[in-house]
Ligand binder design. Structure first.
Ligand SMILES: O=C(O)C1=C[C@@H](OP(=O)(O)O)[C@@H](O)[C@H](O)C1
Ligand SMILES: C=C(OP(=O)(O)O)C(=O)O
Length: 762
């Protein structure tokens, strides 16, 4: 479902298109198709040096009238669109500047040039400064065809238009140009002029240059007839754009010379590397490049098509997926939730650093673990998949990673950033780790400080926040570290750095935390010892590839355990769930509350215990959560709070201040949402008291709650719908894809009544 703003240009506009070619003509055609002109009295005019183009434009019904002379058509124009090649802009703007007094008083001017700094500089020269009502723009659409005859009303539909407003650009003028383009069906976004030119040099100008060059090179060769006669789809796909307008492209390369040369230099480095791999028959080198490219293309395509959560942050658009949960129902069936997130991250990390090939099954194809996978591809590791949870990692050994070309983006994943910090501190090259807005708020001093004690050079921003800049080539030494908080991420970070350090790295934890890193290191032949609350390893070892079967994530299973536990009539089996003793706090807590939860078919897969969990509804009672269970259930509390809201009596949680530094402040986010639903709660610094009514009637009302960029908050309030008296709406739910991409499907399959609403940013 999509909610579209009612788009409208002011009545009786006079839109003047200067340059009636493919771009200007298609704009006019799209405006006509959107009804502009017929009902609202808007006139569309054009100016073009070619009288035939004007005549054709009128015949095609695109424009009302036109002229070859600007002076004939400027009178009273409210919106002027300069759709001429970049280098023609100088004379057109110069002429327009002389006629400016004839435009309507608040007239807006915009352009469609493919490079923006050059157009801005021309405007400054022509108008003696940048007019506040000039909004520079660039529709990213085109075709190898040219001329008004090729106009296409759908040319801009679902394409991007980039506006590059400057500091003095009037906001109402920008809005007017945005409306103009949105009427054509385009997505409009803004960036600054310089960034636009850099980005376009790489994504548009460079590919055009390559296509022109390839076709020209082949066309000069003797056997050219044969080459073109037998050209297959690949040649056609690659060279389609070599049929584009030469004048326009000459202008683009002239106007954006520096950025294009930078892009070309980078390309030449990559091409040389690939040439060398081909010359030396370096199959692994080729595979690494092709595989990285193939997946990068897929990854970025999903970002651009906005099928992914990260897209919303990278494109700087608000998170706009809302869940609508109908009240009531019950859950039943037999399901398998996706693979464990913690183990999935680690499988890629250790697989990449191993000698040999690691095959992973059950890998979580969620955005957090995919970000880890992508980061290793960017460091030269060949990784096949994921395909239905299967990933094959061609390990490069402890010292085989290559410097990435830019910052490594790990999205929403705290685990990725903290574990990477340790691993990258031991590399020979510099790196930078960045993440989304939620991750940018999370504390990284907890890893940066002990890493510095080990001799690492790690820079954070103020308050120890991301991005992290890690200097390579440092010699690390082992430390004996007493962790101030119970954190598996800090422990794992130090163990990973410890592999690159001199001597022993020892970590003492104040309470047991998940031990997947230790188990997997041992499974890969890297010895980690433990005595009581301390574990340690010695630097300088090696990892040998080993197969990994990732069990289902108990943290994802939790949402359905709680759903069944609170809903009369429920009976559900969750298959193949990881029940590592450091993760089973949720089982212990639910059982202590009176849940009818049994473990069947207990077995071990790849060093991790698993079981099928069978849960049936039984009345729950409020309890004091034992503090030793807190680290063992740390990610499960949002869902457990919903269990508490349906239990009889008060549930008290203490010693859980770590919840405040997750994807959101989970104590606050849950308290806010519960208050909206009418669930009685008292928030403390390190915990919360929740008063549940028990019984089988609805225990609270409905309402609209926020996820605060936190997947677990979103899912917790979704299952709350089962016992609400009215619908619950949960805002900001795209982040669910970070850990549980199939959540909605599975929720519906077991019996929740749940709709997804996607809203366009307004
Ligand atoms: O090591 C891990 O995979 C994780 C450790 C926990 O974080 P902390 O180490 O910050 O407690 C947990 O909350 C996170 O979801 C995953
Ligand atoms: C805290 C979580 O993950 P991370 O720290 O990796 O962002 C989580 O998944 O609940």
């Amino acid at each position: 479902m999509s909610v579209k703003q009612d788009l409208k240009l002011p009545d009786a506009s006079r839109i003047l298109v200067v340059g009636l070619g493919l771009i200007g003509g298609s704009l006019a055609a799209a405006l006509r198709a959107a009804g502009v002109g017929r009902e609202d009295g808007t006139v569309i005019l054009a100016c073009d040096p070619n009288v035939d183009e004007i005549r054709l434009g009128v015949e095609m019904g695109l424009i009302d009238t036109g002229s070859t002379r600007l002076a004939d058509v400027v009178e009273g124009a409210t919106l002027v669109v300069l759709a001429v090649p970049v280098l023609a802009m100088r004379s057109v703007m110069g002429e327009l500047a002389g006629l400016i007094s004839q435009l309507a008083p608040d007239a807006v001017i915009t352009d469609v040039g493919s490079t923006k700094a050059a157009v801005r500089d021309i405007a400054v020269e022509a108008f003696g400064g940048l007019p506040p009502r000039l909004v520079l723009g660039h529709p990213i659409a085109g075709s190898e065809k040219s001329g008004v005859a090729a106009s296409d009303a759908r040319l801009y539909q679902n394409h991007k238009v980039i506006l590059t407003p400057c500091a003095n650009t009037a906001e109402d003028a920008r809005q007017c140009v945005e409306t103009l383009w949105r009427l054509t069906g385009a997505d409009v976004l803004s960036m600054d002029v310089e960034r636009h030119d850099q980005v376009l040099a790489r994504t548009s100008h460079l590919p055009h240059l390559l296509a022109f060059s390839l076709v020209d090179t082949l066309a000069r060769q003797d056997e050219r007839m044969d080459i073109f006669r037998y050209a297959a789809g690949g040649f056609r796909d690659f060279t389609r754009i070599a049929g584009s307008d030469p004048v326009m492209w000459r202008d683009v390369f002239t106007a954006n010379r520096e950025a294009v040369l930078d892009a070309l230099d980078d390309f030449e480095v990559g091409l040389k590397r690939l040439r060398q791999a081909v010359a030396q028959g370096d199959g692994d080198g080729m595979l690494a490049t092709f595989d990285r490219a193939r997946h990068a293309r897929h990854y970025f395509e999903s970002l651009l098509n906005k099928t992914s959560y990260q897209a919303e942050y990278q494109m700087q658009e608000p998170n706009s997926l809302r869940y609508l949960v109908a009240p009531g129902g019950s859950v039943s069936g037999r399901i398998r939730v996706p693979g464990d997130k913690s183990i999935s991250h680690r499988s890629i990390m250790l697989g990449a650093l191993s000698e040999g090939v690691t095959e992973v099954t059950g890998f979580l194809e969620g955005e957090d673990s995919l970000a880890t996978l992508q980061a290793f591809r960017e460091m030269g590791v060949a990784i096949e998949g994921p395909h239905q949870g299967r990933v094959v990692i061609h390990g490069v050994g402890m010292h085989g990673l290559k410097p990435p070309a830019g910052p490594l983006y790990v999205g929403n994943a705290g685990t990725a950033m903290r574990l990477f910090a340790g691993l990258l501190a031991g590399q020979a090259f510099d790196t930078e780790l960045t993440g989304d807005t939620s991750l940018a708020r999370r504390p990284m001093g907890r890893v940066a400080d002990p890493l510095r004690e080990m001799g690492a050079v790690v820079e954070t921003t103020e308050g120890g926040r991301p991005p992290l800049k890690i200097k390579g080539g440092q010699s690390l030494k082992g430390i004996d570290y007493d962790m101030p908080m119970a954190s598996a991420q800090v422990k794992s970070c130090l163990l990973l750095a410890g592999m690159y350090a001199d001597g022993e790295t020892r970590v003492r934890e104040p309470a047991p935390t998940r031990d997947h890193t230790e188990r997997m290191l041992n499974g890969f032949g890297y010895r980690v010892e433990r005595e009581g609350d301390t574990c340690w390893l010695r630097g300088g070892g090696r990892l040998s590839a080993a197969p990994i079967d990732v069990p289902s994530d108990i943290s994802s299973a939790t949402f359905f355990l709680v759903a069944a536990a609170i809903t009369p009539g429920s009976d559900l089996v969750l298959e193949h769930v990881g029940i590592n003793p450091t993760r089973i706090g949720v089982i212990n807590i639910l059982q202590a509350m009176g849940a009818d939860l049994q473990l069947h078919n207990q077995r071990e897969v790849g060093g991790e215990p698993v079981a099928d969990l069978h849960i049936r509804y039984a009345p729950l009672k409020g309890i004091e959560i034992p503090t030793d269970q807190v680290p063992l259930a740390i990610d499960e509390f949002p869902a457990l709070f919903i269990a508490a809201a349906n239990a009889e009596g008060i549930t008290r949680l203490r010693g859980a201040e770590e919840l405040r530094v997750k994807e959101s402040d989970r104590l606050q986010s849950m308290a806010d949402g519960m208050t909206i639903l009418g669930i009685d709660n008292t928030l403390l610094d390190d915990g919360i008291d929740i008063v549940g009514k028990g019984g089988e009637a609805p225990n609270y009302g409905g309402g609209r709650v926020q996820s605060h960029e936190d997947h677990r908050i979103a899912m917790a309030f979704t299952i709350a719908g089962l016992r609400a008296s009215a619908p619950i709406e949960v805002d900001d739910c795209s982040n669910v894809a970070t850990s549980f991409p199939s959540f909605v499907d599975l929720a519906r399959r077991v019996g929740l009544s749940l709709d997804e609403v996607r809203e366009e940013a307004v």
